[in-house]
Design a protein around this ligand. Structure first.
Ligand code: ADP
Length: 917
């Protein structure tokens, strides 16, 4: 062992007084290169955290010194072993006692039938179990008897028989924590899934956790996920911000800068691969798959609905339409959450200049109780070469709120044809399950609940899941080539990148899955206890599986120095690849699993794959499997194992001076060799199907707290309104920040009214305002003119509310750029104004905005004072909703704003057509 590493280990005076280190570190002893952090959902529960810290004060660990000595020995052994063995030791693996503490996954053959109704039923996915004592800590909270609870049974199917059986022995856990005091002024639902994971006053510092002692850090970039932040904090990770790139884990919501990727140290992890937009952009994904259809044959890659990219392929679309008539679904190329989507019967109904992706509309979707549904499944890729793909055992099924009807008259109705939560949540009939155990209730189910439901109807769920696995693998294969070449160019270390993709899949009524899109950074927002359960388990398992190295700062700087020496001697990652002579090195270690012909690099890859597999939690490895080479070998280059999607790739993209390797073949041979000397991996088809079908269960409740609502005092609001009106009359002005805050809280009230008590004329006003305002909030074509949808309906209200919600989300984000750091002369003092905002009702806000606009003649809530195209301020009528009525005329109808009349022709055609799909 190099002396500097010894020093690094000895200098890290780490002592744990919280829990046994073994509970939070796995795959190697602390100090070894392979030791990684363990993440578990149970400590999201404040009661469990409290119990743990109480326990720990009684059993303060004095083992730290011993640990370090052991670690030094372990590291020495490890370094010796690395060149000789590819097999993880039993100590390192979670298959030993540590694993049992962490992942109690009972295999089907280990359970007899009598188990089925008990807590450890094989149909339950019991994850991240801490210890048997956990179950004694039951919740004292009360389950609210909400009105939605009664409604929520409406969609329950015959499956409730089996569900009741399965949950019979479970102690009832509450779905809600008590509501925490409000900290924020904005309290309306505007984002995708926007509730808190737990109350903010919880102690969530994880101060005594190993990660805290090891000073493990994370960094968020252009993303904010409360659930993830919470998980990091309770596990003791610390956030770094700004330009500080001294992170262990970087979590970004966007594609990464290549500069950051290039400079990653071996212990650093990032949540994306370079060029993964090849998978996550709708147009790129389709083009990649289309190429495979041409190269490998349609029958192998018939996994996406036929798609055209407009305007370039407009003519091809018309030709395709003349062969097989529509309908077609039109989606903006780079959009998400159902924004801007509409369905047409014929291509001539699509505006000429529309830049969009147009797909064949699948008219016969699988319906649950008459409602169209689609799937969100979570796919983890930890490496592209070798290709390692996991599918999370649980997914989310999203149901449309309005019953499905193929009649063309209904094509406009997004709450019937689109399953996005972000659209359907505004429908007044939308039902959320209020209990994490209710997985087949309301408009969001779990994947396993759907499978059990289909099984009861004698559907072949085994084949369905195998087809879904096949679709995922083929989609990845179709896009992998260019990601692999980017990884070779830019990623310095094989373990630096991982990525969790959200696959959106539609199942048709013949049970064939269709890939709709792949989401970069799938939403980790939560809107219900069920969502919280699935996503918390998913994230905890993800972090454990990918493995965040448990290195102290001293160990990090040791590796940093080593790394910079390495980088200065060569910028090419290929330079580290083994030489052919290394292949002849023989292992001295006895045992069945040693492959004598592997290079050091191959041994490391194999060892990593095994260790990762042993930490997989609820992830099911779908590639490689025992038959993956048989099934997909033809799509891989025979020499280097790279998935080939261009005919002449061998001679071009991968012409590198390195020794030819075929990691896919190597991994497969070593994991699934039939010669009996190798350990067989236990992810057979039967194991995988069993895992998908059982319900996800945690051993302790994961708190879900509804976003707090502000208790407003009407009288106080009225009093403060008078004060504000007086100040404005006397010449005081709102700062731009105050004006924007007022406007957004005002619009939130309007939004609430639209969903609770829709008013036809208010919807029209809002739509007119949004249409004129333009920008990124672009209503689907049929909504650009309200007259076209004559019947007022809950679905139409939901659509307008969704548009307003999207507008508000952007507006609030922009408002964050405005700050009032001190009170300006002639402006209203911020403390007094915040008091007013705290208690103001819609009418109070309206009164202030109206007077301020009339007196000052400016509209700081919409325009900066110096803007060139600021329209004249319109006179605002007094009285209730006067401000709302004036709203559209506050926006100029020139410039970037859209022209309403342009599409009128389309609407007339659309209206006249009465075609059955
Ligand atoms: P977004 O990224 O905006 O959510 P999606 O591609 O996921 O766009 O589509 C949104 C919704 O539209 C899906 O939930 C699905 O129900 C429906 N959908 C999308 N494509 C099709 C299609 N080809 N056929 C039928 N329904 C579709």
């Amino acid at each position: 062992m190099p002396s500097s590493l010894c020093e690094a280990l000895t200098n890290s005076s780490i002592s744990f007084d919280y829990q046994k280190e073994d509970d939070w570190i796995t795959s190697g002893k602390l100090g070894s290169r392979e030791a990684v952090l363990v993440f578990r959902t149970n400590i999201l529960n404040p009661k469990i955290r409290k119990t743990l810290s109480e326990k720990s004060s009684a059993q303060v660990l004095t083992e730290s010194k011993d640990n370090e000595e052991e670690a030094v020995q372990c590291q020495e052994k490890q370094e010796q072993k690395e060149s000789t063995s590819s097999e993880p030791s039993s100590k390192d693996s979670l298959s030993g006692s540590t694993q049992q503490k962490i992942f109690l996954l009972k295999k089907p053959q280990q359970c007899d039938k009598s188990d089925k109704l008990t807590f450890s039923s094989p149909f339950k996915k019991i994850l991240n179990r801490y210890s048997s004592s956990d179950t004694s800590i039951s919740s004292e909270g009360e389950e609210p008897a909400s009105s939605s609870e009664k409604k929520s049974r409406v969609l329950k199917t015959s499956q409730n028989t089996i569900n009741i059986e399965l949950t019979a022995d479970l102690s009832k856990e509450s779905g809600y924590e008590s509501i925490a005091p409000a900290k924020s002024l904005s309290n309306t639902v505007v984002s995708e899934e926007d509730q808190e994971v737990t109350s903010e006053d919880d102690d969530e510092s994880g101060i005594n956790m190993p990660a805290s002692k090891l000073k493990i850090t994370y960094k968020f970039h252009q993303t904010e996920t409360k659930l993830l932040r919470k998980l990091f904090n309770v596990h003791g990770l610390t956030e770094v911000q700004g330009e500080n790139n001294n992170f262990n884990l970087l979590w970004t919501g966007v594609h990464m800068k290549l500069d950051i990727v290039r400079n990653l140290a071996p212990y650093q992890r990032v949540n994306h691969f370079p060029r993964s937009y090849e998978m996550t952009r709708k147009d790129r994904l389709y083009k990649n798959i289309e190429r495979m259809q041409h190269l490998r044959g349609m029958k192998h890659f018939d996994i996406v609905p036929q798609t055209f990219v407009l305007p370039i392929e407009s003519r091809d679309l018309v030709v395709a339409h003349n062969k097989h008539r529509g309908p077609w679904i039109v989606k903006p190329a780079a959009s998400s959450r159902g924004r801007g989507i509409f369905i047409v019967n014929s291509p001539d109904q699509i505006p000429q200049d529309e830049q969009a992706v147009v797909s064949k509309y699948i008219v016969d979707p699988l319906c649950i109780d008459g409602h169209k549904c689609d799937l969100r499944v979570y796919v983890l890729v930890t490496s592209f070469d070798p290709l390692i793909i996991y599918l999370y055992e649980e997914g989310i099924v999203r149901l449309a709120t309005v019953k499905y009807d193929r009649h063309a008259d209904n094509l406009w109705n997004p709450c019937m044809h689109l399953c996005n939560y972000s659209i359907n949540k505004y429908h007044s009939d939308y039902i959320r399950s209020s209990d994490a155990q209710d997985e087949d209730v309301g408009h969001k189910w779990t994947l396993s609940a759907l499978l059990r439901h289909l099984k009861l109807q004698s559907c072949d769920t085994r084949q369905l899941m195998l087809n879904i696995e096949d679709l995922i693998i083929k989609a990845v294969l179709a896009c992998a080539q260019s990601i692999i070449s980017a990884c070779r160019m830019f990623v310095p270390n094989g373990n630096n990148c991982f990525e969790l993709y959200g696959f959106d899949i539609l199942i048709d009524n013949a049970l064939k899955p269709w890939l709709l899109e792949i989401n970069l950074s799938p939403s980790m927002g939560v809107d219900s206890p069920l969502d919280t359960k699935v996503k918390s388990c998913l994230m905890a398992d993800l972090l454990t599986c990918v493995g965040i190295p448990a290195y102290s700062p001293e160990m990090r700087s040791h590796y940093d120095q080593k790394w910079s020496r390495f980088r200065s001697s060569s910028c090419q990652r290929q330079a580290t690849f083994p030489s052919a002579s290394q292949k002849t090195k023989k292992s001295k270690k006895k045992g069945p699993a040693i492959n004598l012909n592997l290079t050091g690099e191959e041994q490391r890859i194999l060892r990593n794959a095994r260790l990762q597999y042993s930490r997989r939690g609820g992830f099911v490895r779908i590639f490689p499997t025992d038959d993956s080479m048989q099934r997909y070998g033809n799509f891989l280059d025979s020499a280097n194992g790279i998935p080939i999607s261009t005919p002449n790739v061998q001679s071009q993209t991968f012409q590198t001076p390195i020794i030819q390797h075929n990691y896919n073949q190597m991994i497969h041979q070593n994991l699934y060799s039939k010669d009996g000397r190798q350990k067989q991996e236990d992810n057979s088809e039967a194991d995988r199907i069993w895992q998908y079908e059982r319900a996800l269960e945690t051993d302790s409740e994961i708190p879900f707290v509804k976003k707090p609502t502000v208790e407003k005092c009407e009288v106080e609001g009225r009093r403060l309104r008078k004060v504000m009106l007086k100040k404005i009359s006397n010449g005081s002005e709102l700062t731009p920040f105050q004006a924007r805050q007022t406007f957004s809280i005002y619009l939130e009230s309007v939004l609430r009214r639209l969903t609770e008590d829709p008013k036809d004329n208010h919807e029209k006003i809002i739509l007119k305002f949004l249409n004129k305002f333009g920008g990124s909030i672009k209503p689907p074509v049929m909504f650009r003119n309200m007259q076209t949808i004559k019947v007022a309906s809950k679905a139409r209200s939901a659509m307008v509310a969704k548009l307003l919600g999207d507008f508000l989300e952007n507006y609030k984000r922009d408002t964050e750029a405005y700050v009032d750091s001190f009170d300006h002369f002639g402006m209203i003092p911020s403390s007094a104004y915040n008091q007013f905002l705290m208690h103001a009702q819609e009418s109070d806000l309206e009164a202030v905005l109206t007077l301020h606009t009339n007196v000052t003649g400016i509209m700081p809530f919409l325009y900066n004072r110096c803007g060139l195209s600021v329209p004249p301020t319109p006179p605002i009528p007094s009285g209730l909703h006067g401000f709302l009525r004036a709203l559209p005329s506050m926006v100029s109808s020139t410039g970037s704003n859209r022209e309403l009349s342009k599409y009128d022709g389309y609407f007339k055609n659309f209206d006249k057509e009465k075609i059955f799909l």
